[in-house]
Design a protein around this ligand. Structure first.
Ligand code: F6R
Length: 613
């Protein structure tokens, strides 16, 4: 969380930094700030609220003839989201500034020590400690001062530092918070928390690793290990995303665009990975040979939020088709529980960003215990992909909307493929079954594509009598239970309606007490192997006068006897139902949130990439 941008090069710095911040605003939007160097002086502008508020007050800065600077968009951890707490933070002289993403855990004691030495603090943030700590160690070499200061820090940090005394240089350090350099012969050198900020300028990037320090000038960059104090030769990677992929392309919101990109995301994720003639799935990128995979006797799936819901679906798939027991863990729990993991366990992390702090910590622990690690991830070069033994990339393209949609669908596609792959290695499914299932996965992209516009318009009508509800329940069984959880999460995060997801059969163990004529319940009732059970649960809700919305199979006329509010979906193979049934759940949340006037792409209190614990 928090977005960092830095630039030095031939372009005017302020527009470059602002464009970068715009593209990183999904990482935090409580307050924003920029700083640049002009005529030997640091000029700083900060504002609480979204980036637009900052842009309103910096007309003159846009044309400043400055070519080096930093910018920051904040997701508050220490200190309220006020202008005073917005980054950049300065030292006592105002000649040195710092931007930071992460948490300095020992900031309180450092602050007291620095105050005792006479440093004057002007914010409540942990970050300001850094500025004073570097100042305290500064004589005439910024790099040395930063190195010394870092030794005092505990916690996670990605930082950018600019000092008027070294006017051509930015210094950056990464430890447990993401940081990437962008390099371009024509346009200079860039620093950012995430790739979208760099896309308008360069596709050549260098990912920093933990405890690395980078020195950036307009035409060079050098990276040093803070552990060995030696230079590190870094690989320059080429990113395949382009700038347009991270734009709204005429849609009102990123979320809507991303929902409509889902058929393509499915296709991209499976393309080249399954041979439809033979049914064979090939995933060489997991870097674990077939013999080793055969030895695996248990799988842990570890993830947070929406990615955790994808893991829950995958448990059903893997256990059914690959016959391997699967445990699904919320990463923040996984990392602190007593784990019975050894080298016969495979741990799979699922993450859009590849930077989620808890998930990352989880795979590090599993690795130490001897488990092989695979990550299913959307962001090329992200930390998880670098630490895992192998990565199955989801090819969803950049996901900017804070509420995850296309990343989820592509995770499901990747996990389905992975299931087939495991089944083939373990010889639990033959190639003919795999071919049929693979075909069903491919076909679902076409079904989603053709159904999306109709589902959207039916949901738009339907929500006119639901959008002002105070609560909402989502229920489903089997493969669709995790989709009920996902629907509830989407609704609460973007519309602020209290929503819960339940396994339909669990209702009568408590939640049914909530049902009355004011309680809307969305039930996922495809004609699958648990259909009759699901319908019985819906009847129980009806008997208690709940307001029922049913999502079911085309031609199932019985649903209309239960409620008027039915969204029909085409009959598809049972195994891929969760992919299709996610669509109305996403759209219901989107339509309700927009009707309520909520900021769909940047919901309150959230940030896209949760890089702190
Ligand atoms: C919800 C959402 C979050 C993320 C979660 C994990 O819409 O986006 O719940 O799914 O923060 O993020 P990743 O997948 O990046 O690890």
């Amino acid at each position: 969380m928090c977005g960092i941008v830095g630039y030095c090069g031939p372009k005017r710095v302020v527009p470059v930094v602002l464009e970068g911040l715009r593209r990183l605003e999904y990482r935090g939007y409580d307050s924003a700030g920029i700083v640049y160097l002009e005529d030997g002086k640091l000029i700083k502008h900060r504002s609480e609220g979204k980036l637009a508020r900052l842009e309103d007050i910096i007309d003159e800065a846009i044309i400043a003839d400055s070519h080096i600077g930093l910018g920051h968009t904040r997701w508050a951890t220490h200190g309220a989201p006020t202008t005073e707490n917005a980054h950049p933070h300065s030292d006592c002289t105002g000649e040195l500034v710092v931007i930071h993403n992460g948490i300095i855990e020992n900031y309180h004691s450092l602050r007291e020590e620095l105050k005792a030495k006479g440093h004057v603090f002007t914010s409540e943030t942990d970050t300001e400690v850094l500025a004073h700590l570097i100042e305290d160690n500064l004589t005439n070499d910024l790099v040395k001062a930063v190195k010394k200061a870092i030794k005092f820090l505990e916690g996670s940090f990605a930082i950018g530092v600019l000092w008027a005394g070294m006017p051509d240089t930015l210094v950056a350090v990464r430890n447990q918070s993401p940081l990437v350099l962008g390099v371009s012969e024509e346009d200079g050198t860039f620093l950012a928390s995430d790739i979208p900020a760099l896309l308008p300028y360069t596709k050549q990037v260098v990912f920093l690793d933990d405890m690395e320090l980078a020195i950036l000038t307009a035409d060079s960059y050098q990276v040093f290990s803070l552990e060995t104090d030696q230079p590190v030769v870094k690989e320059v990677k080429t990113i395949e995303w382009n700038a347009a992929m991270a734009e709204k392309a005429g849609y009102k919101h990123f979320m809507l665009k991303e929902i409509f990109e889902q058929p393509q995301a499915i296709t991209n994720t499976i393309s080249g990975r399954i041979n439809l003639e033979s049914g064979e799935v090939s995933l060489p990128e997991i870097n674990i040979n077939g013999e080793d995979l055969k030895e695996i006797d248990r799988i842990f799936l570890v993830a947070c939020g929406t990615s955790w819901h994808a893991a829950l679906v995958a448990k059903y798939w893997i256990e059914k088709f690959a016959n391997i027991p699967v445990e699904v863990d919320i990463a923040s729990e996984f990392r602190y529980r007593h784990l019975l993991i050894n080298e016969r366990v495979l741990t799979v992390s699922i993450s859009q960003s590849g930077e989620t702090a808890d998930t990352l910590a989880g795979i590090r622990i599993a690795k130490e215990l001897g488990s092989k690690i695979i990550t299913i991830c959307n962001v090329v070069g992200s930390t998880m992909t670098r630490e895992a033994d192998g990565t199955i990339y989801t090819h969803a393209g950049p996901e900017i909307g804070v509420a995850s949609t296309k990343a989820f669908i592509s995770q499901l596609a990747a996990l389905f493929l992975f299931t087939l792959y495991l089944g083939q290695q373990k010889k639990t499914i033959d190639l003919e079954v795999s071919r049929t299932l693979g075909k069903e996965l491919i076909d679902i992209a076409g079904v989603v594509e053709s159904e999306l516009p109709r589902i959207k318009s039916e949901i738009e009508q339907l929500i006119t009598t639901y959008y002002d509800s105070r609560d909402f329940l989502f229920v489903g069984r089997g493969l669709n239970f995790p989709i009920a959880l996902e629907g509830a999460l989407k609704l609460k995060e973007i519309s602020y309606i209290h929503a819960e997801g339940y396994a339909s059969g669990e209702l009568k163990h408590g939640p049914i007490a909530l049902i009355d004529k004011d309680m809307p319940i969305l039930a996922l009732v495809p004609q699958d192997e648990v259909y009759q059970k699901s319908i019985s649960n819906v009847e129980e809700i009806k008997a208690r006068q709940g307001r029922i919305i049913l999502i079911g199979t085309e031609g199932d006329d019985h649903l209309k006897n239960i409620t008027d509010d039915v969204i029909y979906l085409p009959k598809v193979a049972e195994a891929v139902n969760p992919i299709l049934y996610t669509i109305p759940a996403q759209l219901l949340s989107y339509e309700i949130a927009t009707k309520r006037g909520c900021d769909v792409d940047q919901p309150r209190n959230l940030a896209k990439s949760v890089t702190v614990e």
